[in-house]
Design a protein around this ligand. Structure first.
Ligand code: DGY
Length: 326
């Protein structure tokens, strides 16, 4: 999909791209209209040293706060983040300065739902443990060896029934689940399509065999999954987190998995990212970890980059961003 044309009437905005491996098609368009500065690392020091005087920023992953905004200066017209989540950005500070923020809605929905499904199957059927036992020469030809739990007929709970949550629900209709539950702020009319029942968070965690976390990280959801919640989940339950690491109290998760308070977890997000290679969570076989691959396909990353650039160019040209975060 080509990026639409813009007319800056001779003005060449200064833009910082806070990554060095931006998909080429999108980066080329940015070069066509703007004077582009590229960061060679994601380190804060480098961003701070290069961001002064920018009109727009193509932002990736790290914290965008008052110090960075002050360093950039008052001419900043637009911020566009390479993510759907905006928890790494001081939104209040941007709003106070009347700077529009773009994110990447709608382009990664299917890809993120797919990783959730992948984690569901790999955890419920113990892929990681099976592989580890195989490598250790512990594959046993026994009938009760490395058994998992069926998805068919199970109760599945989705915490956060936005676009990705609904796409997971759509995927799940092919798995013949017994009951689909969801919770969030409001009942969603779209839920009827999937026969999904709106319940309280408490009911969801107590009844579900599989719990998906697909809600944003906010002051309300941070550490929503903690020791007390793990204590109320079924000991046979599986937790899948494709949202943000901090929605889960990670030490409590480690304890719950180690002491079999829950059966398994599949997490694509964690704290911190990257997770240190000697982190305790990597030592437990009933925890499947993928390194935040939620949007990591060639096609989706390409679409995301194009949307980030289009958001940026639109706002720099005093137009509405196609994917405004607020
Ligand atoms: C995002 O874009 O915020 C997601 O974390 C992608 O996985």
């Amino acid at each position: 999909i080509p990026i639409r044309k813009f007319d800056f009437k001779g003005w060449r905005p200064k833009v910082l791209v806070q990554c060095w491996d931006c998909p080429e098609a999108a980066l080329n368009v940015l070069h066509e209209y703007c004077d582009v500065t590229i960061c060679d690392t994601i380190e804060r020091e480098e961003t701070l040293s290069k961001c002064k005087g920018m009109d727009g920023i193509f932002w990736v992953y790290s914290k965008l706060d008052k110090e960075i905004l002050d360093t950039i200066g008052p001419q900043l017209k637009a911020v566009s983040t390479f993510s759907i989540g905006i928890d790494h950005i001081d939104v209040n500070e941007l709003k106070r300065r009347k700077i529009p923020l773009g994110n990447t809605q709608n382009v990664l929905t299917d890809t993120a739902a797919d990783i959730a499904m992948g984690l569901l199957i790999s955890t419920s059927r113990r892929f990681l443990e099976g592989r580890q036992k195989l490598e250790a020469g512990e594959w046993q030809l026994k009938l009760q060896w490395n058994l998992g739990f069926d998805i068919k007929g199970s109760t599945v709970g989705i915490v956060g029934f936005g676009a990705i949550g609904q796409t997971v629900a759509k995927r799940l209709t092919g798995f013949d689940v017994g009951e689909l539950l969801y919770c969030g702020h409001n009942k969603k009319p779209e839920a009827d399509k999937f026969n999904a029942k709106f319940v309280t968070f408490d009911e969801l965690i107590e009844k579900s065999d599989f719990v998906f976390i697909i809600c944003p990280s906010t002051t309300e959801t941070r550490k929503m999954f903690n020791a007390e919640v793990f204590g109320r989940m079924k000991p046979t339950s599986v937790l899948i987190n494709v949202a943000r690491g901090d929605v889960v109290d990670q030490e409590a998760l480690y304890d719950a998995l180690k002491n079999k308070k829950i059966f398994a977890a599949g997490i694509d997000v964690m704290t911190p990212e990257p997770l240190p290679s000697d982190h305790p969570l990597l030592t437990i076989p009933n925890c499947t970890i993928t390194p935040h691959l939620g949007s990591a396909t060639v096609g989706t990353r390409d679409l995301m980059a194009k949307l980030v650039v289009t958001n940026l160019l639109a706002a720099l040209n005093d137009e509405q961003m196609p994917s405004p975060a607020y």
